[in-house]
Design a protein around this ligand. Sequence first.
Ligand SMILES: [Zn+2]
Length: 337
Amino acid sequence: MKRKYTFIPLLPLLIVAIVACSNHRNKSAGSGSEEETAPKPTVQVPQFNADSAYRYVQAQADFGPRVPNTAAHKACGEYLAQKLEEFGATVYNQYADLMAYDNTILKARNIIGAYNPDSKRRVLLCSHWDSRPYADQDSDEKKHRTPILGVNDGASGVGVLLEVARQLQRQAPAIGIDLIFFDAEDYGTPSFHKGTYKADTWCLGSQYWGRVPHVEGYNARYGILLDMVGGKNAAFYQENFSKRTAGKQVKKIWDAAHRLGFGNLFPKKQGTEVTDDHVYVYNLRQIPCVDIINYDPNSDTGFGDFWHTVDDNMDIIDKGTLNAVGQTVLEVIYNEQ
Ligand SMILES: [Zn+2]
């Protein structure tokens, strides 16, 4: 995933535009409060197990960097599909040859686990499972071509979703859920690349799925994307593309997090705008999709110092963060009717 650097010079203008825009939206949505005051049926939401999620993160890390076209990638893909089977999902595998920024053909695999596949009322949860082939943000330039372990940037979101899958098997929610592990998200044009810049070199797996979904005419009410959801001292600001295209769902998720006491991790504040899988889920399938993604306003990149470096390893993972995100996701999906 990549921050949309082009937005930086425009930031003051953009903030004005966003404030103006959200004010307008608030006014026009004035009658929506009736919905919130209506009594809701009590729902038993399962308890997310962060130890279990942590083990799934560790299991992925143990394969080594999951870079497409490597043995570790292939083995981890098998592991993930097998876990979804084990947790009772209907599993779809999408194999595709996808072209990278440097014309390398990536043997990619999107892995999808469907729960209650016959229901038309669906929510989609997704994460990317590949890890980046380059530590091109590392302070040591000699490491820029070293593949990263991608523990927070990749494995954390998938780890949380595997624990969600385990819970879905134990207790079915009222709606259908699709878990999608997108491949080839993080093979985008590296900073050291000298050739011509090609747009859309990130998120190749979700771009493929957006054009060829695993079920013809696939639709869902909305999606939630998890990216870098396991870091120590993480903060999930409201990512800008999500706010613009899935504002209602952003509110729902952040309200749920605050209700559960995770307000410190989910500040109701404007984050940055990123190119990530949610953009393609929305642009290609018109499914509003919220990116829950770590944002560090004090780091140069906006993502934290570990981002796209060799330091993205198990040492930076915090069970408390995994728990806050996982429990919030469960709270949201089990309250859907
Ligand atoms: Zn990344």
